[in-house]
Each structure stands twice: as C-alpha cells, then as structure tokens.
Design a protein around this ligand. Structure first.
Ligand code: C5P
Length: 233
C-alpha cells in the first residue's frame, strides 16, 4: 500500500446508503458477476497508471469489513479506508482530510462507476494538470427542460448540455480550497466541479463514453452484468 510520495491520489466516495436500490446492502457493496461493485471500481483504478494511490471512503460501520475485502481481492493502491459522512460531499471531505502532503492532483471517482476506461482516467488527469480542473462527461441524449411544480419553466438547448460523470480531477490546492469554502458557507452540491467553479475557475470537459454507468438502481445491475458478459465474450 502506498501513501508517501503519491502525486495523484484518487478519493473514492463509496459511503452511500443505497436507498434507490432497495434492500439493506449499500449499492457499492452489491455484487456484479460475483464481485462487489466497489472492488471492481478499485481494480479499474489499480490498472490505471495515471493514479498513484487511493483513499476509499465507506460507511462508518463497514470500515473493517471493507479493509478485509480490499486485502482479499488483492487491491494494490488503497492506502487509507475512512468512514464517510451524511452526504456525498461530506464523504469526499473526509477523504480529503487525510490526503498526504505533496499530492499534486486529486481525482474524485464514484465507488459505483466500475466501468470507466483507464485511458479516460488518464485523459482527465492530464487535462487537470494542464487546465487545473477537468470532468468526464457525455453529450446529453435527451432534451432537458427545467420544471417547477409540474410546469415547464425553460427548455434548455441540448447542444450545450453535458451529462457529467466521474472521474473529476483537480489541482490539489483548487479542490482543497473549494471544499473549505463550501464548508464555511454551508454550500452543498452533488458535483465536485461545481465547488471549484464557485471559486471562479474554468473546468475542462473531457468527452467520455456511455459505458461509464453509475450503478444506482437494479436496472443498472442488469446493465452492468451485460457489459461484463460482452467484455468476457
Ligand atoms: O448517491 P450518489 O449517486 O450521489 O452517490 C455517488 C457516490 O457517492 C456513490 O459511490 C456513493 O456511495 C457515494 N456517497 C458517499 N457518501 C454519501 C452518499 C453517497 O460516499 N453520504
């Protein structure tokens, strides 16, 4: 396990309760093809030369169990496993609280996105080195309207819309400052880049692909199994 001397660290929030999935097991701990989703995500990061080390954030009562799973599945890059918080943002914050000194780039990647391509992680990290901040995203496929209380307020122009995924990567000073400011001001969002944007920084969009699904519902598990079968076949 690494820690010291790691220049690019991924913080992986995997501390959600998984309410949308139904049942008692958090979705990141559910299995696809006989392996927990979060383990698959960590294996992907292990195969990714752009990432030196991983800080994993999990539900408070599962820290020990997850440490054991990380060892059992021979995950290489995880050097800290820490308990998360009430919201995703709190969990990422907990991970950032234990960042080692000297980290240059912080990559935030959802524990429930096991299918990201290693090359895409690398592209996002490179874009963050160059531009300061970058997100993986795909062009919106659907027309998106803004609605309030059942009435359309606005129809947004699809050619300008991107569905944002993770990984998102930032210069360490930017993301630390962004999280600090958000904490002070009590600002909550589901997107890390949004906090960096609030500082007035421009964030680069790196085009990703649709296979980088987020496993949040039983349908996603089915889709995930299908993606695995295609890879195997
Ligand atoms: O719920 P959402 O789809 O935003 O979850 C994205 C990622 O954030 C998941 O990997 C989930 O486990 C994680 N999360 C977390 N702490 C929370 C809520 C979500 O680490 N309190």
């Amino acid at each position: 396990m690494k820690g010291k001397g790691t220049k690019v660290v991924a913080v992986v929030p995997a501390a959600g309760a998984g309410r949308r999935m139904g049942g008692g097991i958090p979705k990141q701990l559910l299995e696809i093809g006989g392996k927990p989703v979060v383990i698959r995500t960590l294996e992907t990061l292990d195969r990714c030369p752009a990432v030196d080390g991983v800080i994993l954030v999990v539900p408070g009562d599962r820290v020990e169990g997850v440490k054991e799973a990380v060892a059992t599945w021979r995950i290489q890059k995880v050097f800290r496993v820490v308990p998360g918080g009430a919201e995703r943002q709190d969990s990422v914050q907990r991970g950032m609280d234990v960042l080692p000194d000297g980290v240059e780039i912080v990559v935030v990647h959802d524990g429930v996105r096991p299918f990201v391509a290693a090359e895409k992680v690398e592209e996002v990290v490179e874009a963050a080195r160059y531009h300061g901040g970058a997100v993986l995203a795909v062009p919106a496929k659907n027309t998106i309207k803004r609605g309030v209380e059942g009435w359309v307020e606005e129809t947004l122009r699809r050619e300008f819309l991107w569905q944002v995924q993770t990984p998102q990567a930032f210069r360490a000073e930017w993301i630390k400052e962004a999280y600090e400011k958000a904490k002070q001001e009590g600002c909550y969002t589901t997107d890390d880049a949004a906090l960096v944007e609030r500082l007035g920084h421009r964030v680069r969009i790196v085009r990703g692909d649709e296979e980088n699904i987020k496993i949040t519902s039983p349908l996603d598990i089915l889709l995930g199994e299908a993606l695995l079968r295609r890879k195997a076949g």
